[in-house]
Structures are given as C-alpha cells and as structure tokens.
Design a protein around this ligand. Structure first.
Ligand code: DAH
Length: 340
C-alpha cells in the first residue's frame, strides 16, 4: 500500500460524509449518517482508524493526526446539522402535531433544461460542446463571418460595443470561427451561450439572452446532411410525427440560408390529436465558403452547415409561456412549475 492511500481514502470519506450530512433532511437520517461513518462497529471512518495499527510505525503519527482531524470535523458537522434539524429551541422538544417541514429541492431553470435536452440530442449524434468569449472583437462577431461592418447587424444601434472594435457578442456564431481556428476538420460542435443586443426589455425581447450554435464541417458534407440532421433533431426533440420545413432566408455566413420551422402533433387531454401552426425554431444554412477561407480551411475541399437557435424561445413555445421576461424574474412560484 503506498503512503498516500489511507490519507486519500480518509479525505474522500470526509467529503462524502460532509455531503451526506448536508443532505440529511431530518434527525433520523442524520443519525444514520453518523452510524455509517463514525459508528464503532460499521463506521467507515472508524474502520480506517482501526487500520492505523497496520501501517508502518513512521507513517502512523501523520496518519493518526489526519484521522483524528477528519473524525472531529465530521462529528462537529453532525452536531451543527443536528442543531439546525432540531429547530429553534431544539433538543428534544418536538411538537409531533406540527405539519412536516417541506424539504426544498433545487431544480434546473426551464431554459437550462431546454439547453440540456437539445445538447443531449446532438451529443447522441456525435457532437461535442464548444465555447467562446462573451466579449469579442468585430472580426469574430462580424467580419470573419462574412458580415461587412456596414451591414445593418453591425450597426451600433443593435450591438453593444465595449471599446473601439470590442463588443459583447450579438450571437454565438463567433464560436464557429474560434473553433475552426483551433481545430482541423472534422468539426461537429454545439455551443450554447449568452449573447447581447441593444433591445428593449419586453415580452419577446431581452437584451441578454441565450443562443445555441451548431457547426458541422468535413469533407463531403452536403445539403442532404444538413436537412437530415436538423430534421432528425426536430423529431427527437418534438416527437416522431413532427414535420420540418426549410424556408429560404438570408444570413451573411451561410449560402444557401434557411429558416427552419416545425409543425408538431399534440395530443389534447381528450385524446384527440391536433397539428400546431408552423413554429420557427432556428436559422441555418450551408457554411459560406468565405467563412471557411477566413478560418484557414480549404473551401474547395471542405463544406459544412451551421445553425443557431434561441432556447428561451423554444422553452416559451414548449411550455406556452407568453412573456419571455418571466424566465428572468427568478420568481420561484413560476419556476417551480417546471421542476423535474
Ligand atoms: N447568428 C444568427 C442570429 O443570431 C443565427 C444563425 C443563423 C446562426 C444561421 C447560424 C446560422 O449558425 O447558420 O440570428
């Protein structure tokens, strides 16, 4: 047995015990934790103490000291958790007629859930996750993406500039370039993140919001891969009966570009099935060769597709929420409806 092993085991047990203590929601659970770690017979920490006799004499003092420290730390944590669980004036005066204390459990924000679900689907399709800075340059946010600075999107009316040519990214598309700079093809990434725009704060706009960017680049990627991948995503997210429509559109960094709509089939409470209207879910397209050139890729050899979507919008459609701002208010009464 190497020198550090028992000490590592002790520290690991300590962390484990401390989280179990923090999670103990009532005194009985806390007592179970105590027995599991400090119990004379079966306690895991007591078991390590018993091993002390078997380690070489010169290691014993250090290990003994650490074992005592851990034991005391765990005992102290149990004691203070016990005081909290016993409540004010605790110490055995329980009013058994009081309603049980409700254990508050945290949950992921509905927009985070949406991102996780979307990411989960792409992960199964072989994508990895990428990220980039929120403060970025005009080059990454616009120019490298084939968007000249006199394009309306680059206007100071819409974009929050920090200094000179540095801005708060207005979309997650700059992560495309930042990823291609660092990695050779094949590229298959999903990049969720915050983006910023000079927008009013109203039911359908927030000046800070989340986007999810996707990028695929390789040899031989075609329009068929593009349509099939996004249609497959839509069917996995919204259900196998979902119809997908690609409407011609324009983005400077894709050619051709499309807006992708879905039409879902929902089952009403009485069991009848009904089609929804077409819902726009993302912008997308085949990566413009200029963008590949800007990344230093050989655009004769490589092709790809890209897409960008707004998870808050998707969460809004999914849950029938009519005001985006409710996702930002952090009102637990609203958010707890989505806990799962
Ligand atoms: N960046 C675009 C926006 O913010 C969304 C988008 C459209 C991203 C098409 C893409 C794309 O990657 O191919 O509106």
């Amino acid at each position: 047995m190497s020198e550090t092993q028992p000490i590592d085991a002790l520290r690991h047990l300590e962390q484990e015990a401390l989280s179990a203590i923090a999670e103990a929601a009532e005194e009985r659970a806390l007592e179970e934790v105590r027995v599991a770690y400090l119990g004379r017979k079966e306690g895991k920490i007591s078991a390590v103490m018993r091993l002390l006799g078997t380690v070489p004499a010169e290691e014993r003092p250090a290990l003994g000291q650490e074992a005592n420290r851990v034991k005391e730390a765990v005992a102290r944590a149990i004691e203070s958790r016990g005081r909290i669980l016993a409540g004010p004036g605790g110490g055995g005066h329980h009013d058994l007629t009081l309603p049980a204390r409700r254990a508050w459990k945290g949950a992921r924000h509905p927009v985070t859930q949406t991102i996780d679900d979307i990411w989960g689907i792409f992960r199964q399709m072989g994508f990895t996750r990428a990220r980039g800075p929120e403060a970025d340059s005009e080059w990454y946010n616009f120019v490298a993406l084939n968007t000249p600075l006199d394009h309306p999107a680059a206007d100071e009316q819409d974009t929050l500039y920090l200094v000179d040519s540095v801005l708060l990214r207005s979309h997650t598309s700059p992560v495309q370039m930042r990823t291609m700079e660092k990695h050779d093809p094949p590229i298959r990434i999903i990049a969720p993140g915050w983006v910023y725009r000079r927008d009013t704060y109203d039911a359908t706009h927030t000046p800070v919001f989340l986007q999810i960017e996707g990028l695929v680049v390789d040899e031989g990627i075609t329009f068929v891969d593009f349509k099939a991948t996004l249609a497959e995503f839509a069917r996995r997210y919204w259900g196998p009966d979902t119809q997908v429509r690609f409407r011609p559109s324009f983005f400077p960094f894709t050619e051709p570009s499309a807006e992708v709509d879905v039409k879902r089939v929902i089952t009403r409470p009485d069991g009848t099935r009904q089609e929804t209207d077409w819902l726009e879910i993302m912008g997308a397209g085949m990566v413009d060769p200029n963008v590949l050139d800007n990344a230093g890729y050989d655009s004769e050899r490589f092709t790809g597709f890209a897409f960008g979507m707004g998870p808050a919008r998707i969460a809004k459609l999914k849950h029938g929420v009519d005001d985006l701002r409710t996702f930002f208010d952090d009102d637990v009464r609203f958010l707890s409806q989505f806990a799962r």
